[in-house]
Design a protein around this ligand. Structure first.
Ligand code: NAD
Length: 312
């Protein structure tokens, strides 16, 4: 029988932090290693579990039960992703401005008996843009893609530009997002059809791709890059791969470019800070993310699936 030593000071024990990621198809997420690596740098026992929801666990009632369990079982917080970023909103006690603006939450922190929702996709994209193009013109910006991530990007842009035009092949979606964001900020926000892109892109100071075009399994670009003015900055939020077809083409035209890595890293860093109250090392987290994306592409990083049993 092993005798455990009691010769330690409890105050010297590392802080423990327990975080979950709830959504469907989250097993391949790079958030667990990103958070755990940052936690380790802070000397914490930081455990981040991807909790892949079954289809029948995404209803408001089921999500409410899962949130209550997470709180009862001692989780400090949760990241929330597709398809429950909006479902979770009415289940919370309070929303940070970022979450209230977009009407979606990707970070929930258990603050004593309150559940507070934040949206670090909004703050993450905004921070990445400010870092990449600190002095660039932002009067007229075009956002292509009005889905889940595009909605967060639109909110970040709308507090930084004079005029934002949102284009989506699903025009109803673009119009709904423009109407929503337009009521939340002083910027002029409108929707336009994809047919208007030649005119819009010729006059744009900046362009953002928030469609899946450029991903490994979705190659190509969401619009013809030859329409870009060489004076424009171009941001892609796709980051697997980091060098998307759009960024390569835009750089060839002389545009300044920003990859999706900055947003992905910053949403994690901002969440880490909300969960722990400690400053995240963004340079180190960016390096980690770049290494993880490279390892994933090379097949040398394999995420571990959380086994949740057969009867759930
Ligand atoms: P989504 O499916 O919710 O939305 C995509 C939108 O793009 C849809 O509205 C669709 O109609 C539109 N679209 C598709 N092709 C188009 C085209 N040619 N022209 C105009 N609109 C077009 O997806 P999402 O969750 O918003 O994610 C989009 C991409 O963003 C993902 O594929 C992912 O790679 C990336 N992403 C990056 C981050 C990050 O942190 N960097 C975070 C989330 C998502």
């Amino acid at each position: 029988m092993t005798t455990l030593t009691t010769d330690f000071d409890v105050a010297d024990l590392p802080r423990s932090v327990l975080i979950g990621l709830m959504g469907t198809g989250v097993t391949p997420s790079l958030s667990p290693p990103m958070h755990e690596l940052e936690g380790a740098r802070h000397g914490m026992h930081y455990v981040y579990r991807a909790v892949d929801l079954a289809a029948d666990e995404t209803s408001p009632a089921q999500l409410s039960v899962l949130l209550a369990f997470a709180r009862t079982l001692g989780f400090n917080g949760l990241n929330i992703t597709h398809p429950v970023k909006q479902t979770v909103v009415p289940l919370l006690d309070e929303l940070a401005p970022s979450a209230a603006m977009v009407g979606a939450v990707n970070t929930v922190v258990f603050d004593n008996d309150r559940m507070v929702g934040h949206n670090t996709d909004v703050t993450g994209f905004g921070g990445a843009l400010d870092m990449a193009f600190p002095d660039s013109q932002r009067a007229h910006v075009v956002l292509v893609g009005a889905g889940g991530a595009g909605s967060a990007v639109a909110c970040a842009l709308a507090t930084r530009v004079e005029s934002l035009t949102i284009v989506d092949i699903d025009e109803t979606r673009a119009r709904a997002l423009a109407a929503h964001v337009g009521t939340k900020c002083p910027a002029h926000v409108e929707a336009a059809s994809a047919d208007s892109l030649p005119r819009l892109l010729a006059a744009a100071d900046g362009v953002v791709n928030a469609t899946p075009f450029g991903m490994v399994d979705h190659p190509g670009t969401s619009f013809n890059p030859e329409l870009l003015s060489s004076d424009a900055w171009v941001a892609d939020i796709v980051y697997r791969p980091v060098e998307t077809d759009l960024l390569v083409a835009a750089r060839e035209r002389g545009c300044r470019v920003m990859s999706g890595l900055g947003m992905a890293m910053r949403q994690a860093a901002d969440s880490f800070e909300i969960f722990t109250g400690e400053s995240a090392d963004r340079d180190a987290m960016l390096n980690d993310l770049r290494n993880l994306v490279t390892a994933e592409a090379a097949g040398t990083y394999t995420p571990v699936a959380l086994k949740r049993g057969k009867n759930r």
